[in-house]
Write a protein that binds this ligand. Structure first.
Ligand code: NAD
Length: 335
């Protein structure tokens, strides 16, 4: 299969590309290697993919429509996984336009390119942040998600609305995946595990928001990639369960699906830090702070829908996942 992966130099995109190549797919990576975080990490991820004969890459932005269309025309992808986006909740408070550019204009360009080039299936990254400050746990795809609390979340919710429109109007099969706090080797430097590890090893205090009391459904990268591939392989049709008299946000007459993709095992932040301390063999100095604007107190994925439709069943406990991250970190940043 020919799969175009946007954000291929990113954390999730590079792991996904590896797995697709390993099973014999051809992968076309598309990424602008932006400077949101250390581009050398992105280049290092890419360097592992480039030698593979089934991998090709172009450096460009989703907003650059001619470049995106040229990539589609050149590669003729059968399926597309759109992971390129401006990520991060906190950054979105001060830099909202970056989210409109990448996540709205860029996503529009992806939809148009898929529509006009007969793509069989578009899988795209949504986020657990669409649930906002919802206190009903676990989060189910049937829940209302109309109250995002950051521009990041608002653009991810907007992606689901835009995808539905294209599935409905043009019969484009789309699957949106709401990722829940992904972690693991080659992870993102702006995320807690990476930040904590760097600071603990440097003997600096770590900022612990919400006094460490919030819970996150931390999901190991291999489980995420497994779920993405299972979703990619299952092209949706109209939902047989769809009931126009009792419509659910997750169901449609169009070839459209949205799933949670999490670990279904929420962990308190303080516990996550304890596990990290054990793996590093060092104690953290905690700088306890209140919940930050745009942050939500809890996330917890109900993964029943993805399990029912694809057999997805995450299997990595945080003790294993954090230890693999630390092993990678020590190797990548020796000394
Ligand atoms: P990442 O930042 O590591 O990867 C995104 C990649 O996309 C980067 O390499 C970046 O250079 C590229 N990119 C960004 N904007 C682009 C643009 N306009 N054009 C071309 N390339 C662009 O992030 P990630 O953690 O791998 O996340 C992948 C996707 O999953 C994102 O859409 C993100 O919002 C979503 N997501 C991630 C998490 C998580 O915990 N990591 C959680 C929820 C949702």
């Amino acid at each position: 299969m020919r799969v175009l992966v946007t954000g291929a130099a990113g954390f999730i995109g590079s792991h996904l590309s590896q797995r697709l190549l390993a099973r014999g797919d051809e992968v076309f990576g598309f990424d602008n290697l932006n400077a949101y975080y250390d581009p050398t990490l992105k280049e290092a991820r890419l360097a592992r993919l480039l030698p593979h004969p089934g991998f090709r890459f172009v450096r460009a932005s989703l907003e650059d429509r001619p470049a995106l269309e040229a990539a589609f025309d050149d590669f003729k992808p059968q399926r597309v996984v759109n992971l390129a986006a401006q990520a991060g909740v906190r950054y979105s408070l001060e830099n909202p336009h970056a989210y409109i550019d990448s996540n709205i204009v860029g996503f529009m360009n992806i939809l148009e390119a898929c529509r006009h080039r007969g793509v069989e299936h578009l899988v795209y990254a949504s986020s657990s942040s669409v649930y906002g400050a919802n206190r009903k746990l676990p989060f189910a795809v049937e829940d209302s998600v109309d109250h995002p609390v950051s521009m990041y979340a608002a653009t991810k919710k907007a992606n689901e609305l835009m995808a539905h429109t294209y599935s409905h109007l043009f019969d484009l099969p789309t699957t949106g995946l709401r990722f829940f706090t992904v972690y693991g080797p080659w992870g993102r430097p702006d995320m807690a595990l990476f930040l904590f590890t760097r600071k603990i090893l440097a003997g600096e205090p770590i900022d612990v928001f919400n006094n460490g009391k919030h819970t996150r459904d931390f999901t190991y990268i291999d489980d995420i990639v497994e779920g993405v591939i299972r979703s990619l392989d299952r092209v949706p049709g109209p939902d047989p369960q769809y009931d126009p008299m009792n419509p659910s946000p997750a169901s449609s007459q169009a070839p459209y699906r949205v799933y949670n993709i999490g670990n279904h095992q929420p962990v308190e932040l303080l516990r996550y830090i304890e596990v990290l301390e054990q793996c590093l063999g060092r104690k953290a100095e905690r700088n306890l702070l209140p919940l930050q604007p745009g942050d939500v107190p809890d996330t917890y994925a109900d993964v029943e829908a993805l399990n029912r439709d694809t057999g997805y069943s995450p299997s990595t406990p945080i003790e294993t996942g954090v230890s693999r991250f630390v092993e990678w970190y020590r190797e990548f940043y020796p000394g």
